[in-house]
Each structure stands twice: as C-alpha cells, then as structure tokens.
Design a protein around this ligand. Structure first.
Ligand code: GLN
Length: 191
C-alpha cells in the first residue's frame, strides 16, 4: 500500500483521510515538514488559499511541499488547486506553481456561494457528484495539461503528469472514485 498525506493546516481534512483509506491507501495528516519524508503522495485540501499559504510559510511547509512535488504526486482540491496553479487572476505571483493553468478564484460569483451538479470526469466517472463551495475554475490550460472535466464550458478538473487538481470537493461526495484515481497515480509513480 501507499502512504498519502493530507495537508492539515486548515480546511477539509478528515473527509480526505477517510476517502483515501476507502481507496486503499494509508492516510495521515501533515502539519510539519518532517512528516513528508516517508510519504508517497500528498493532498492539498479545500479551505482558504491565502490563509493556507500563510500557514504553510509559517510552518516551513511551503518550501517542503515545493521540494516534495519535485518527485511525488500531489492532488489539490478547490483551495488546493489554487495553491498549485502557475497563474491566479488578480494576484501578482503564484503559490506552489506546479500546474500550467490559469485560475480564477470564487469564480462562480458570490450569489452562488455553493452548488451541486453532476459531472463527467474523464477516466474517473460518468456521473460524479460535484460539490462546489466558493469554488475557483480554470480559465485556461497549456497543451501539456489534460482536461478531465468541464462545467458550463469552464474547466473544473485537470491532470498534468503526477499532478491532479479539481475545483470541487470530491471528499464530500461520499464517492471515492476520484480518490481511487489519485491512489492509482501514486501507486504507478512509486513502482
Ligand atoms: N475560495 C477559496 C479560495 O479562494 C477556495 C474555496 C474552497 O476551497 N472551498 O481559496
């Protein structure tokens, strides 16, 4: 089995741990840089990206995760996707800059704070319950990025090599198929 961490500074952590376990991985929470050392993969959860960034800087996890991502798979959901993007609308620089994508935060407008819709996700599911909470969307991707899902013309899930990201909250869907997909990625990368 593979061992996967969930960044646990803020946000939706325990649901990710449960979903990863359901997918057959060993899952642990990560609050300190040392805890990354024996992990095969990492999940960056939803929450608030600027807060999470501040806490990552303070704990030393920003540098450590950046280094971890040089060789290991990372899955970012919602705020985690924002942390992984190379470009964020209205913001000077990116955070981890792992994915060649351009994102817009709170992109579905303040009127629709959160909503639920059925998504088709390539290689994952034909009917996945997409739960969006003050969600971003991906405005554009570079050619090396595979689009996995769209909602009303907006890209909401993608993969670039060992990096996976989505704008919604798969850990709240009570459906571990997206986590199954990530666990497979981590297993393949480990071999
Ligand atoms: N709006 C949040 C942000 O900009 C993301 C929301 C979420 O993770 N549910 O970081």
């Amino acid at each position: 089995t593979v061992k996967i961490g969930v960044l646990a500074l803020q946000g939706a952590v325990s649901e990710h741990v449960k979903a990863l376990e359901k997918s057959g991985a060993q899952a642990v929470t990560v609050k300190h840089p040392e805890e990354l050392s024996d992990l095969d993969g990492l999940v960056l959860p939803g929450g608030e990206s600027t807060t999470m960034r501040r806490l990552m800087d303070r704990s030393g996890l920003f540098k450590a995760v950046k280094h971890f991502a040089k060789s290991k798979p990372v899955f970012g959901t919602c705020a985690g996707l924002i942390l992984m993007a190379k470009q964020i609308e209205g913001r000077k620089g990116p955070h981890l800059a792992l994915l060649d994508i351009d994102v817009k935060r709170n992109a579905f407008g303040s009127q629709v704070d959160s909503f639920q819709t059925t998504l088709q996700i390539k290689d994952v599911a034909e009917n996945f319950d997409g739960i969006f909470i003050r969600a971003p969307y991906i405005k554009s991707v570079e050619d090396n990025v595979q689009v996995l899902s769209t909602y009303e013309e907006h890209i909401v899930a993608c993969r670039q090599g060992r990096f996976l990201a989505c704008a919604f909250h798969p850990e709240l869907a009570g459906d571990s198929r997206f986590h199954d997909y990530f666990v497979k990625m981590v297993e393949n990368e480990k071999q």
